[in-house]
Design a protein around this ligand. Structure first.
Ligand code: BGC
Length: 464
């Protein structure tokens, strides 16, 4: 056999091995991403369920707020716990616990016979979300080969968007029966699937090395990436660990970690303060203000936004490892700013702060475009980058802090949106989000590094 034939044999062998690798890692990523689906479903479902909960339990406005925001409080609190668990018990265990917590919490909501149990159940659901939003992206990032890491971590965001959409559909189907217990309880099934599925998945090789379990790490690396020499990867990981400081929470205050933390926390907060959840959580109200007469048309338009959110996430899945993180972030945030400005002006130019007629149509187009721009930029790339920019020794803690910051900002925006629209009007509210978008754009251009195609160990060198 000539050299040319042999080398073409080698190429096709490595292509075949390459696609086997991709499908194994894709399966690992897909199982972990179930947590993202629960994150999306459980944040979306409450808007439908609350209407019937209110009726059954005769709750006052303050209690209603408590039931709705218990999830965010749980996510905020448990993100920090997730940092400890992911560091000490492992990335795999964090995802298994998330699944168990989701399943238990959903069942608690089903049997709730009063407000305290329901609030406890929803708080626990939030704990599942906090655990998964730290555990899943980090786990996927640590098992994925560098060249396709962006695509695989973006599956987490895809699952979030699918979860939101499914929650809208489930609520629409179950609304005639006012079956809020089913709405909340259905999440127990994917919760169990996550816990059981993760039991069969390997531990992250990076976590194993960090805990001195080199041989097990080698076995996992051989499985997830047989095309590269595991010894070489192991040496890089060990070098990286040796070059880093202590792996404690206190180490987060050390100057060496500061630049990475500024980027991670900054991205996490900017993802929220540019207003995405004002749209996701309050879309029906915005559509009604834009002149959609009935509840039903407003709800149909909201479902449309859910579909667009899912579809546009594929743009990131397709491009994030080809074009890189920075170009997508810059294009997406610039688009978000432009659509927010037009939205603001549309509401500004209409009587009594409502956009009707052709201005109403502009509003709808702008909202849809805004969601598209978010869905291929700040949506997936924030979760991706906060799982890849931190050095291994402090990855769990730093990711926990960034995730907690994301949930804190989420809480702030969803609490203040109704107040801002009442006091300042819709126009000024959207223009404030646009101004924060401009700040985000400068931040990305000035501070966010490109991580496309780099191994996690190469990325951690960027900060040294
Ligand atoms: C954000 C959520 C948001 C969702 C919308 C996620 O990346 O963290 O707050 O609701 O995207 O798709």
């Amino acid at each position: 056999m000539g050299i040319a034939e042999r080398s073409s044999d080698v190429t096709s062998f490595s292509q075949q091995r390459g696609s086997e690798v991709s499908s194994f890692v894709a399966m690992v990523a897909a199982i972990a991403a179930i947590g993202g689906g629960l994150f999306g479903y459980d944040t979306g479902v409450i808007s439908g369920a609350i209407l019937y909960i209110k009726r059954d339990f005769q709750v006052a406005a303050a209690t209603e707020g408590l039931i709705v925001s218990a999830v965010t409080a749980g996510a905020l609190a448990s993100a920090m716990v997730a940092g400890v668990l992911a560091d000490r018990g492992g990335r795999r265990l964090t995802n298994i616990v998330a699944g168990v917590v989701f399943a238990t919490a959903s069942l608690l909501c089903v049997v709730a016979n009063g407000v305290p149990t329901l609030v406890a159940g929803r708080f626990l659901v939030g704990c599942g979300i906090g655990l998964t939003s730290v555990g899943a992206p980090m786990y996927i990032a640590e098992v994925s080969p560098a060249r396709i890491r962006g695509t695989f971590v973006s599956l987490f965001q895809l699952a979030v968007t699918v979860g939101i959409l499914v929650s809208y559909i489930v609520c629409a189907i179950l609304a005639p029966a006012a079956a809020w217990r089913w709405m909340l309880g259905l999440a127990a099934v994917p919760g169990l699937a996550l816990a059981i599925g993760m039991m069969f998945m390997p531990e992250s090789p990076r976590w194993l090395v960090k805990h001195g379990r080199r041989q097990e790490a080698q076995a996992v690396l051989e499985k997830i990436n047989p095309l590269t020499e595991p010894d070489e990867t192991l040496t890089h990981i060990e070098h990286d660990l040796a070059a880093e400081g202590q792996g404690s929470w206190g180490a987060l205050l050390q100057p060496v970690l500061r630049p990475a933390l500024i980027v991670g926390i900054g991205l996490a907060v900017f993802q929220q303060v540019t207003g995405i959840n004002a749209v996701i959580y309050y879309a029906p109200q915005i559509f009604e203000a834009a002149g959609f007469g009935s509840h039903l048309t407003a709800l149909a338009a909201t479902t449309g936004i859910g579909v667009i959110n899912v579809l546009a996430t594929f743009i990131a899945i397709w491009l994030v490892d080809r074009q890189g993180r920075r170009p997508l972030l810059i294009a997406g945030v610039a688009g978000m700013v432009a659509t927010l400005v037009v939205l603001g002006l549309a509401f500004e130019g209409s009587p009594a702060g409502t956009a009707t007629g052709s201005l109403g149509q502009i509003t709808v187009v702008c909202l849809a475009a805004y969601v598209v721009f978010f869905a291929f930029s700040l949506g997936p790339i924030v979760w991706l980058m906060i799982s890849e920019i931190y050095p291994l020794r402090n990855r769990a803690q730093a990711m926990a802090v960034s995730t907690a910051a994301n949930w804190g900002a989420n809480f702030l925006v969803s609490m203040t949106f109704p107040i801002m629209t009442t006091w300042l009007g819709s126009a000024s509210t959207f223009l404030i989000y646009a101004a924060l978008g401009v700040v985000t754009l400068f931040f990305v251009i000035a501070k966010v590094p490109e991580t496309k195609g780099k191994t996690l160990e190469e990325i951690s060198k960027l900060w040294r």
